[in-house]
Design a protein around this ligand. Structure first.
Ligand SMILES: NC(=O)c1ccc[n+]([C@@H]2O[C@H](COP(=O)([O-])OP(=O)(O)OC[C@H]3O[C@@H](n4cnc5c(N)ncnc54)[C@H](OP(=O)(O)O)[C@@H]3O)[C@@H](O)[C@H]2O)c1
Length: 353
């Protein structure tokens, strides 16, 4: 009997066979009733093709990296409701779920943060997942510049600490970053002494590639591309819908072949504070990352996350094309000043387009 005849002469039988085939149920299941098949359908939905985060080449490192990466700071911050009216850090189990979901969606880039804020959580989660060698770990080490002898020791010290925290014997990218307090003292970006330390770490097989980046002015970045752009492999700088000065710097960075890692797509959440993210503003964080990724000179946008929902939303930026109404919403975010004292430097130096 053909399927067509089955449909005409025995509609129930034909439907059942098709469903059995669709859900992969064997001969043993042939006696199941249509009611049970209904349950089977809801228990085993047809597999959806999962979207993956796209990859880009990270400048002269040649590494293929996910265009969205996990940021390092948020693992250390107490931002998850603890159920008792307070806030806590993400637990290891939560981190394992968030990182497993990210890797499943194609993420392979893990940033760290300034040394004193660094957490062992992502390293421990990667170890539990047996995923260290499938991902790229990028650390940031402080140094004081201006050729102080202590520079090298600082770099060795923080690198050793990170090797332990990330449960690994090598780091893929080591970025020099100094703290706000060091910058006025150092006055300018002199990284010549620090690069000697980085060379030694490379020879020891502890780091693979190097870079630099921190909070400072766009002018200092331009100067540092000129002075040190041939030595380093990557640079990291803030870039978001309101603070877009990086746009002007990227051609100069690319001229030196530097991979570009952007940070602060939400100014650590300050740009989202006045929004109703559950209601009319839903999807804005995703669009804010999609905005950064529209710039093809950006290689990676790193973002901090605290929940698996944030992971899923942020990664979906990789396949989000901004709509005209989405762009209108972004214009409003871009026009809204942030009043955080912590981010006065972003407001002052990084707004110009
Ligand atoms: N000195 C340095 O070297 C340096 C400096 C800055 C940044 N970085 C790097 O850049 C990374 C990113 O910067 P960042 O962590 O400062 O800031 P960010 O990515 O701009 O903001 C992260 C915060 O935004 C909120 N958020 C994220 N996704 C969201 C979503 N879908 N919906 C609502 N809220 C969301 C979360 O805060 P809540 O959940 O608490 O609201 C999260 O902690 C850092 O983690 C670090 O790796 C390095």
């Amino acid at each position: 009997m053909t399927e067509k005849a089955e449909k005409q002469d025995g509609k129930t039988v034909s439907t059942r066979r098709q469903l059995l085939k669709q859900f992969g149920l064997g001969v043993a299941a042939a006696g199941v009733t249509p009611r049970l098949l209904g349950n089977a359908r809801s228990a085993t939905p047809p597999k959806k093709k999962r979207r993956k985060v796209k990859h880009r080449v990270l400048g002269k490192t040649g590494l293929r990296v996910s265009e969205i990466g996990f940021g390092g700071h948020s693992w250390s911050y107490k931002r998850v409701p603890d159920g008792k009216g307070g806030l806590r850090k993400p637990t290891i189990d939560e981190a394992v779920r968030m990182i497993a979901a990210g890797i499943e969606m194609g993420v392979n880039f893990f940033d760290s943060c300034t040394p004193l804020e660094e957490s062992g959580t992502p390293g421990e989660a990667l170890k539990k997942l047996g995923a260290r060698d499938k991902v790229i770990v990028s650390i940031r080490v402080s140094h004081k510049m201006k050729g102080r002898k202590a520079d090298k020791q600082e770099i060795y010290k923080w690198t050793e600490q990170r090797l332990k925290l990330w449960r690994t014997d090598y780091i893929d990218l080591c970025l020099l970053c100094n703290t706000e307090n060091d910058t006025p003292q150092s006055g300018y970006w002199d990284m010549s002494y620090s690069t000697e330390a980085l060379d030694k770490l490379k020879q020891q097989g502890k780091i693979r590639f190097t870079g630099f980046g921190c909070h400072f002015t766009p002018e200092l970045f331009l100067e540092s591309f000129e002075k040190f752009g041939d030595y380093f492999d990557v640079v990291s700088m803030p870039y978001n819908v309101r603070h877009r000065a990086a746009k002007k710097l990227l051609p100069a960075a690319k001229k030196k072949g530097l991979g570009v890692i952007t940070i602060k797509p939400f100014a650590r959440g300050a740009l989202l504070k006045k929004l109703d993210l559950e209601g009319a503003d839903a999807g804005l964080p995703r669009d804010m990352i999609a905005f950064v990724l529209e710039d093809k000179l950006v290689d990676i946008c790193t973002c901090g996350v605290h929940t698996i929902e944030q992971v899923r939303e942020n990664l979906s930026a990789s396949w989000t094309k901004l709509s005209p109404s989405g762009r209108e919403r972004l214009k409003k975010v871009a026009a809204t000043p942030i009043d955080s004292r912590e981010y006065a430097w972003l407001e002052q130096d990084w707004q110009c387009a």
